[in-house]
Ligand binder design. Structure first.
Ligand SMILES: Nc1ncnc2c1ncn2[C@@H]1O[C@H](COP(=O)(O)OP(=O)(O)O)[C@@H](O)[C@H]1O
Ligand SMILES: [Mg+2]
Length: 233
């Protein structure tokens, strides 16, 4: 039933490439619960990004099914709607448009769905404040540090008030202080926003703070560990 089902349910999901010669994800069955924090880790090439793309509906399984909130998503259009309304994605490579300000980069994510422009601007400002970057609204990406760009990416992913946030290596290539700031920000969201968080990472300090840790090897779930109790935020 909607609302009580896991936010995501993967059942026997595989994704291969090149007519099956390359295995991306191999027979993965797992649920992501509401307000759960799950880290996905494993060696390079183990299928982490492929798995995250399948969870976002940006890619389609070659076998198995992905259900969102209890329902198998029937089409690419269904996934597009979910990404517009209920899922936020923090991309590995920032994906900020270089000629737009931080605020504008966030506003474009809701262009066509939220109007007037002043309301888009207001929402962008609120999300920038939420990630501690209220003072950066008018800056271009090149005027921001790596950590600040990541936080703008998170603000953009939050602009539609998602119930599921997917992040691919959000602390990669950041110094430890900036990485910790990004980790602090992400890890408090499940509580402050009741968002489920799936984070691909090989950052040991971030991994250690995630209540659930899913280890992939060769596209398969090699380990799925849970720590009881609250995460250290
Ligand atoms: N579009 C693609 N075409 C062919 N092979 C791919 C594609 N995407 C991923 N792969 C392969 O699938 C495997 C898993 O890749 P990926 O999910 O990117 O791993 P990770 O994010 O863990 O480094 C790798 O062998 C990779 O080369
Ligand atoms: Mg990857």
């Amino acid at each position: 039933m909607a609302g009580t089902a896991p936010i995501l349910a993967l059942d026997g999901v595989s994704r291969s490439f090149d007519d099956g010669r390359i295995v991306g994800v191999d027979n993965v069955t797992l649920d992501i619960g509401r307000s759960e924090v799950a880290a996905v880790y494993g060696p390079s090439g183990s299928g982490k990004s492929t798995l995250l793309n399948l969870m976002a509906g940006l890619d389609v399984p070659t076998r198995g099914t992905v259900a969102y909130d209890g329902r198998i998503v029937p089409s690419a259009a269904g996934w597009t709607r979910l990404r517009g309304e209920r899922i936020g994605i923090v991309f590995q490579d920032f994906n900020l448009l270089p000629t737009l300000t931080a605020s504008e980069n966030i506003e474009v994510a809701i262009f066509g769905r939220v109007s007037p422009a002043a309301e888009r601007r207001r929402r962008a400002a609120a999300r920038l404040a939420e990630v501690g970057l209220a003072h950066c609204a008018a800056r271009l990406p090149r005027e921001l540090s790596g950590g600040e760009r990541r936080r703008v990416g998170i603000a953009r992913a939050l602009v539609n008030d998602p119930e599921l946030l997917l992040a691919d290596e959000p602390t990669a290539n950041l110094d430890s202080a900036s990485g910790a700031a990004v980790a602090n920000l992400l890890l408090r969201l499940p509580e402050t926003r009741r968002v489920s968080l799936v984070v691909v990472t090989h950052d040991a300090s971030l991994l250690a703070r995630c209540a659930r840790r899913i280890r992939l090897i060769d596209g398969r779930v090699a380990e799925d560990m849970r720590t009881e109790g609250a995460i250290a935020a």
